[in-house]
Design a protein around this ligand. Structure first.
Ligand SMILES: *Cc1c(COP(=O)(O)O)cnc(C)c1O
Length: 304
């Protein structure tokens, strides 16, 4: 049994017509937890359960926490998610709806995370949102599915936050003999911790993160996300918040699917017809999804 589902791979005529190459969408927004995160997190939770874990603990009020809550509900394992007071009532509601126990603590993620870590006993598994080889192994399955459907892309476009998705897609491409295929890693200008790592030559903390793409808000990317750049071509790219939100709204009309600005960042590259993509003919876009945005929040960003 797998907790994630085989998602549709759709050719986008709208995006193919805007760009030089044909564009395919891997629709991770359709995952039961609302984002790709259930691939890696579901895999990690199954491994921890087999090793005897009796409870899963998370400190993410976003899509990672939701994936843990979903996995716990499906596996019959209790889940505790510690979130800071800044977490929206919508996010808390979604976690509770999945049956998780939600503890609100502190005013920042660091404070919530500290409490979460202090709760851990021998019988608990702490599920990290991006920095864990089990996650990358699980995320890699999305590439296996793409290849099984007969597509071998010559470029992959994705969003980068802490770098777990990037590490997983890299792993999936390598295990399908596509270690040479470039990955375009897109983030918003206000959440550019990946760009900061490339500039510094190693992952570094970025203190002043800002903007609407909250699921990209890891202060520091994982070491693995940086190491990938030493082994294959990774092209970092940044878009503005407005561009990310506009991409979400256009994608909603084109594809009838609502995604977060974190996902809109990757889509914005295609809507902008970025010259970066001109030399590629079979472009795969990871539509990573996300549950934290609503149409009303997207429209209010747009008016702000
Ligand atoms: C987590 C997440 C990302 C970023 O993934 P990382 O593994 O942290 O790089 C992007 N988009 C959405 C919707 C997410 O939930």
């Amino acid at each position: 049994m797998s907790l994630s589902i085989h998602t549709p791979l759709l050719e986008s005529l709208a995006l193919s017509q805007l760009n030089q190459g044909r564009v395919w969408l891997k629709m991770e927004a359709m995952q039961p937890s609302g984002s790709f995160k259930i691939r890696g997190i579901g895999h990690a939770c199954e491994v921890h359960l087999a090793r005897g874990a009796r409870r899963f603990v998370s400190s993410s009020g976003g899509n990672a926490g939701l994936a843990v809550a979903y996995a716990g509900r499906k596996l019959g394992v209790p889940v505790v998610v510690v979130v800071p007071g800044t977490t929206s009532s919508r996010a808390r509601h979604l976690l509770i709806q999945q049956g998780a126990e939600v503890i609100v603590h502190g005013q920042s993620w660091a404070e919530a995370n500290e409490l979460a870590l202090s709760l851990l006993t021998e019988q608990d598994a702490f599920i990290h949102p991006f920095d864990d080889p089990l996650l990358w192994e699980g995320h890699a399955s999305m590439i296996d599915e793409v290849v099984a459907e007969g597509l071998r892309p010559d470029a992959v476009v994705l969003s980068v936050g802490g770098g777990g998705l990037l590490a997983g897609v890299d792993e999936g491409l390598r295990r399908n003999n596509m270690g040479h295929v470039p990955i375009v890693a897109v983030e918003t200008e206000g959440m550019a911790s990946y760009r900061a790592a490339i500039d510094a030559g190693k992952p570094v903390p970025v203190s002043n993160l800002s903007g609407v793409a909250t699921s990209l808000g890891a202060r520091q990317v994982c070491q693995r996300a940086y190491d990938v750049t030493q082994q294959r071509q990774v092209l970092p790219y940044s878009v503005s918040d407005q561009e990310a939100v506009n991409a979400c709204l256009r994608f909603l009309d084109d594809q009838r699917t609502l995604v977060e600005p974190a996902c809109g960042a990757a889509l914005a590259l295609l809507y902008q017809q970025a010259p970066l993509l001109d030399n590629y003919h079979h472009i795969l876009v990871i539509v990573c999804g996300g549950s934290t945005a609503t149409l009303a929040t997207l429209q209010s960003f747009n008016e702000a």
